[in-house]
Write a protein that binds this ligand. Structure first.
Ligand SMILES: Nc1ncnc2c1ncn2[C@@H]1O[C@H](COP(=O)(O)OP(=O)(O)OP(=O)(O)O)[C@@H](O)[C@H]1O
Ligand SMILES: [Mg+2]
Length: 451
């Protein structure tokens, strides 16, 4: 196939470097910032993206005579496009471009398949399709393995398509036998995933199960034994001092030695009451805090739901937390993560977690984002308030950026992601369901229409 097809958009001119080139836009050509273009320079095909379009006076430009003639007759000034070089292709291999592009060469619109191929990079091990490159009919094949090696940010203004994108990611993982757990704050995933699966009737391998921390129709009750939440988390969650945390830890150990693996509130209460070495004020504070947990229903379950019911290859477990309070949500996330850490060797395929409203749970997600790689956990952080995630954005290696309107969010993205200004400029204009993919799964950011 000859990629240089269709209308000539213009001709290259000065200045040019291995990273940028400019071309004079033909009078009748319609070009926009963000458009992908190609130019052949000798053996190499150079793929670039228009970063800036501006007007310059004609005399200041150095162009070949043939082109010059054309322009002198009609205009005193010309429209010039500055193009960022994304890569050079030679014998269908992508190379870093080392030479400035020559002058006077015709520039064409880049074909979709070339963009998709170069963007996805080489050696895609497990290709998944999440959508088509905007303006083309070409799907980009992303490497799921590479995507799940790090954490993912799915961000965008309310209603821009974050949940839809995350649901598709969940399906792609499950289809490839990677267990998925979704922390669903608005109880919206179950219907959405079933709808999306319905579109692909052939898929019988994916199992979808909905859990809830409360008794709720069409869901299985998620049972959490609070002693499995982990002492460190309990300490910070209950706001315990070192002494209180130690006393609680000793109590639990004592109960374990007595053969009470999953103690009730009364078991703990009895033992703590007897602890004479413990200062009475500190003891009553701790007991008060435990009573609060008791009121929240945290001592209710003596036996947790087996983690193997929740985390299983090919299964999407949706945990509906629409009626849960903040503490219960944090505790549920923490319990799942502790269970994953404990069963590390069983999760050879890794685990994909999706967390909506991530900015509200910074403390707990920081732990997962940092330690996830060790336990083969990839966390998908979904949020419409990127700025509130602060430095946690930097712990995500890839992002699906939907429409973003807030200045603060853009600044936060710019600080933590190597996003080109021309990409940032386009974020407010994305339509619902369109997303920029940025990060190490692509060689350069591309906009896709998710679906
Ligand atoms: N790629 C898509 N293809 C088709 N419809 C889509 C797509 N993305 C989103 N939609 C539709 O647009 C609407 C908003 O999408 P979605 O709920 O995913 O947005 P959101 O960013 O998660 O919103 P919120 O901030 O309210 O959580 C929904 O009705 C959804 O079905
Ligand atoms: Mg949503």
């Amino acid at each position: 196939m000859n990629p240089e097809q269709g209308q000539v958009l213009g001709y290259t001119t000065s200045p040019s470097s291995p990273y940028y080139f400019t071309f004079i836009v033909n009078k009748e050509s319609k070009v926009f910032e963000g458009d992908f273009v190609i130019v052949r320079d000798g053996e190499q095909l150079i793929l670039g993206q228009i970063a800036k379009i501006y007007r310059r006076t004609f005399h200041s430009l150095d162009i070949s005579l043939a082109v010059e003639k054309d322009f002198v007759e009609y205009r005193r000034s010309v429209v010039v496009a500055k193009v960022r070089v994304l890569g050079a292709i030679r014998d269908s291999e992508r190379l870093e471009s080392a030479f400035p592009v020559d002058f006077g060469l015709p520039v064409f619109k880049a074909p979709g398949d070339l963009i998709a191929k170069v963007a996805a990079g080489e050696n895609v091990i497990l290709a998944v399709q999440l959508g088509k490159i905007v303006g083309t009919d070409i799907s980009i094949k992303l490497d799921l393995k590479r995507l799940l090696e790090g954490n993912i940010l799915v961000a965008g203004a309310p209603g821009s398509g974050k949940t839809y994108t995350s649901a598709l990611l969940a399906i792609q993982c499950a289809r490839n036998f990677i267990p998925v757990v979704i922390f669903d704050m608005y109880a919206e995933y179950s219907a959405l995933i079933n709808k999306l699966l319905h579109l692909h009737k052939k898929e019988i391998t994916i199992e979808v199960k909905t859990f809830s921390t409360f008794e709720k129709r069409n869901t299985e009750l998620l049972r959490i034994d609070f002693t499995e939440i982990g002492p460190k988390f309990l300490q910070s969650f209950l706001g315990l001092t070192e002494i209180q945390a130690e006393a609680l830890d000793n109590t639990l150990r004592e109960l374990r030695m007595r053969g009470v693996g999953s103690p009730s509130f009364d078991d703990i209460y009895e033992i703590l009451k007897e602890k004479k070495r413990f200062h009475p004020v500190a003891r009553s504070t701790l007991l008060r805090k435990l009573e609060r947990m008791h009121e929240m229903g945290l001592f209710k379950f003596e036996q947790s739901t087996p983690i193997s019911h929740i985390i299983r290859p090919g299964k999407i477990s949706i945990i509906e937390l629409d009626r849960a309070n903040f503490e219960t949500i944090e505790m549920t996330i923490s319990w799942i993560f502790n269970k994953i850490m404990a069963s590390k060797d069983d999760n050879k395929e890794g685990v994909f977690l999706i967390l909506e409203n991530a900015h509200e749970f910074r403390k707990i997600i920081q732990k997962i984002l940092r330690a996830g790689r060790k336990y083969r956990v990839s966390l998908c952080v979904v949020s419409d308030r990127i700025a509130e995630l602060y430095e946690l954005i930097g712990l995500c290696s890839n992002a699906f950026l939907h429409r973003i309107l807030s200045r603060h969010d853009m600044e936060a993205l710019e600080r933590h992601f190597p996003i080109h200004p021309s990409v940032l400029k386009q974020l407010p204009n994305l339509r619902t369901g369109e997303a920029y993919i940025v990060g190490d799964v692509v060689t350069f950011p591309v906009i896709i229409r998710v679906g």
